[in-house]
Design a protein around this ligand. Structure first.
Ligand SMILES: [Zn+2]
Length: 121
């Protein structure tokens, strides 16, 4: 797989993550009026998710892409989630055993897995 294709797939993971977090916040907001004793905890969860969501911006994704473009061929590639949310460029993606349809890479820190179709030319 070309390095640029890998980057494109990882950036798509970020956009999907953004949609997923937005959806989780919406669900938490819908529960909000029904809950009294857990209200503080729910508000806290919303706040944490909103902070996380706010970290995934076009600007932060651009920074990830610029950083990626600055890497040399044999440099290890950083996890997009750790890079953006923890400002950590030293959390590396590690290949895992895949199969004939997908390659799998995993972040050493946040343990997220990324599935890469290996039929991309
Ligand atoms: Zn990570």
């Amino acid at each position: 797989m070309q390095d640029s294709d890998l980057l494109e797939i990882l950036v798509q993971y970020l956009y999907k993550e953004k949609d997923r977090i937005k959806h989780e916040i919406d669900i938490l907001r819908e529960k909000h009026p029904e809950i009294t004793s857990e209200q503080r905890e729910i508000i806290n969860q919303i706040s944490i998710k909103e902070d996380y969501l706010a970290s995934i911006t076009r600007d932060s994704i651009d920074k990830y892409q610029y950083y990626w473009a600055s890497l040399k061929q044999h440099d290890r590639r950083p996890c997009p989630f750790c890079f953006i949310s923890r400002h950590d460029s030293q959390c590396f993606l590690k290949p895992l055993p895949g199969n004939n349809k997908v390659d799998v890479i995993k972040c050493e820190i946040c343990k997220r897995k990324f599935y890469l179709p290996n039929d991309i030319k």
